[in-house]
Design a protein around this ligand. Sequence first.
Ligand code: HOZ
Length: 423
Amino acid sequence: MEDRSIELFARARKVIPGGVNSPVRACHNVQSSPLFIQRGCASHLFDVDGGEYIDFVLSWGPMILGHSDPDVTAAITCAAACGTSYGAPCEAEVELACEVVKAMPSLEMVRMVNSGTEATMSALRLARACTKRDKVIKFIGCYHGHADPFLAAAGSGLATFSIPGTPGVPAHVVGDTLLAAYNDLEQVKAIFQRFPQEIACVIVEPVACNMGLVLPEEGFLAGLRELTRAHGALLIFDEVITGFRCALGGAQSRFGIDPDLTTMGKIIGGGLPVGAFGGKRCYMEHIAPEGEVYQAGTLSGNPLAMAAGLATLRKLQNQDYAALERRTQNFARELASILASKQVPVQVPTLASMFSVFFTAEPLKDFASVKTADQALFTTFYKQMRAQGIYLAPSSFETGMVSFVHSDEDFARTLEAATKVHF
Ligand code: HOZ
């Protein structure tokens, strides 16, 4: 029964493009209508029709502590009582910056923004200014938000809806965006050889999460570090998803890589709109007003969002990431084995508290290989899981998320639901 959701969606479509405020929420690629959510509690979502779901989307990543975490909620409530935005510095932004710098090994300074898109857009501007070069290398299927220069062969919603490039982005704006296949160092090398002294930076999701979950192969990230140093380009890690999820110190701490700049979002805001970019002091000092690279925001560092982020990061310091990873791995392994027993080609890659379901036998290493996954099988799987109260991302080009509050019962119920899927 999704009557009320369907009714709200019909109303929404009249006043909001596509009925949603971000394309990935529309479910038409999986032949479904989006659920309208009334509330979230821990690992569960409740929709407007009274349905209860085990949530493996977690607002696309931020809710690693689960919905309505009592400490985060208390921090937000307390901050809201003192006003929600001053357009002037407040103590919480200093505290949050200190926590972020402490957690992320490569960071010496950080600037708060309001979304991951703002973070990547600003980091790119900074990299271009610092190197006095224009070109950027990005990887096919990686998604760095929706700023113009990154809208070339991007993942996430663009992959889901087969939008290779988008109208409204002038050709010359993406003309400096050079594309390579994820995990293919040789292609990156060749691009550097073709454009010596012209490449400002390489931006990469250290673990690709926006073409489904694709892991970096041994030596790929270290190779990027070496190549960028050799060619005087900056290495930007887009840790919007992996930051505070792969480990408290993000993918960079997990893989032992020292990027020049890092972009963050999602978990850093504890469910409120926060992004951040940071890195080495020698680069960050170029940001205005210390330097000349302009970047600004009325709501940046506002006390409400900072309180949510701070409560989240402080709580995460006492969480057992290794245990969560073990539980996620066991879950993914069992899910893969249940689905494989139904004679479909399937893989369920996992890292930290993330997983994806790909219906293909092709080894997964880049966007071309994930595109071999059978979308019709995914749609069947998605619909039948949802009908049994399991809320998954409505696209195989997205990554499943597990929180610290997913219970053994949640996993058991999800696996039980998987056993009932028929293809
Ligand atoms: N970056 C998010 C996961 N792919 C998508 C969020 C959105 O576009 O709404």
